[in-house]
Design a protein around this ligand. Structure first.
Ligand SMILES: C[S@@+](CC[C@H](N)C(=O)[O-])C[C@H]1O[C@@H](n2cnc3c(N)ncnc32)[C@H](O)[C@@H]1O
Length: 215
């Protein structure tokens, strides 16, 4: 992990991460590289790119969490953003779900290693979770999971009556959200102002599309 890059991003985002939380992020990347030699978990393997595209990108979601949030990260893969959220926000309870067992095994390994009690990695399909735990989560997130419309369709049954959905998207997030505003509203959500940001080292532009359950 590139500590300098991470520390700079933490300061710019006004986050308060203790040394132990920064160390936990470092360990996630170390373990990801180690596991990646045996099972394919990520295509990104350079130190700076992993720091930026996995850790710093995920950190942009941290200020959007409210204390006590019950978060679900759909299609969490090797744990981005779920692992970073759980490390950075011990005041929130994070569940993550992925259909691929080895990805969830990696997240469980990190939980054991870091004694991360506020992360619950679940192996399965989100469609089944919606049937098992309807209306459970105050915030449902995803990154690189699906179209915005499909995310809203799959997340809607899982979110609580006053909950929010946040889709981490590329540069076109705001445009996509406007194009699909009708569908989003018919699913029972209102669009909040999106958040656009740039990753360091010109590694891309990203956006957070935020939707709140309409009363
Ligand atoms: C491109 S990966 C993104 C992983 C991670 N969020 C990231 O940004 O690094 C999408 C993930 O969604 C998972 N996925 C796709 N459909 C799913 C479903 N219906 N239920 C649970 N997971 C699903 C896949 O197994 C895959 O790991």
């Amino acid at each position: 992990m590139n500590r300098e890059l991470l520390t700079k991003a933490v300061a710019e985002l006004n986050l308060e991460l203790a040394e132990q939380q920064v160390g936990a992020c470092e360990l996630v990347l170390q373990e990801l590289l180690r596991w990646n030699k045996k099972i394919n978990l990520t295509a990104i393997t350079s130190r700076d790119e992993m720091t930026i595209k996995h850790l710093i990108d995920s950190l942009h979601l941290v200020p959007e969490l409210r204390s006590g949030d019950r978060v679900l990260d759909i299609g969490s893969g090797a744990g981005f953003p779920a692992l970073v959220l759980a490390i950075a926000r011990p005041d929130c309870l994070v569940s993550s779900i992925d259909a691929v067992g080895k990805k969830i095994s990696f997240q469980k390994h990190i939980c054991r290693l870091l004694k991360l009690a506020n992360l619950e990695p679940l192996h399965g399909r989100v469609e089944q979770l919606a049937a098992d735990r309807p209306g459970t989560f105050s915030l449902v997130t995803s990154r690189a999971f699906s179209s915005l419309a499909l995310f809203v369709e799959l997340a809607a049954p899982l979110v609580s009556a006053t909950g929010r959905l946040i889709s981490m998207r590329g540069v076109d997030g705001e445009k996509e959200a406007k194009q699909q505003q009708g569908q989003i509203e018919s699913a029972g959500f209102g669009l909040e102002p999106p958040i656009a940001y740039r990753l360091p080292h010109k590694m891309g532009e990203r956006s957070l599309v935020i939707m709140r359950k309409a009363r």
